[in-house]
Design a protein around this ligand. Structure first.
Ligand code: FES
Length: 172
């Protein structure tokens, strides 16, 4: 479920047309064969679209709605429920910092706040160079790694704010 810090702004619009690339259209068709009905494939299809575009703008939602015959409002409900879908533009690297109890005992909240300050940004707002979007999380499911930070799909070992900054400064 989304963090309470999620942006409440309406999904931004963009004038750029969207359509799946030829390769992704093939992947889409293959995905559909794995499910009994089209709607059940919505999560992987949203992942596929987000991989192509970086985030799920209105025109992406409209395209998927037409493609899958699912009302846009239903798609927006799914996007707003899950932390892994972004309805605002994000940086090239998504950095998730856990601030739940186990990680907070090891400085998780201070690390998250310190990173916001260091990179002069806010929740999910891309840094000026477009490299990073920071996302506060409730539990990343790896409490034994506390304090826990995930960069894109990988957990990154950190001990404190300084080590977190050091790791993030290395990102492309
Ligand atoms: S409490 Fe931080 S990963 Fe679970």
């Amino acid at each position: 479920m989304k963090s309470p810090e999620k942006s409440t702004e309406k999904t931004p619009t963009t004038n750029e047309p969207f359509a799946f690339s030829a390769a992704n259209l093939e992947t889409y068709k293959e995905l559909l064969t794995r499910y009994d009905d089209v709607e059940s494939a919505l999560l992987p299809v949203l992942h596929l679209a987000q991989e192509q575009t970086g985030w799920l703008a209105e025109n992406v939602i409209t395209y998927i709605s037409n493609l899958m015959s699912i009302p846009e409002i239903k798609i927006k409900e799914v996007i707003s429920f899950y932390d892994m879908f972004y309805d605002v533009p994000v940086g090239r690297n998504i950095v998730q910092v856990c601030t739940n109890i186990s990680c907070s005992m090891f400085g998780g909240r201070e690390i998250y706040q310190g990173l916001l300050k260091h990179f002069d940004t806010g929740y999910l707002t891309p840094t000026r160079d477009g490299r990073i979007s920071l996302q506060k999380m409730e539990c990343l499911g790896a409490c034994e790694l506390a304090p826990c930070m995930r960069v894109n799909d990988d957990f990154v070992a950190i001990t404190d704010l300084t080590s977190a900054i050091h790791k993030l400064e290395e990102l492309p």
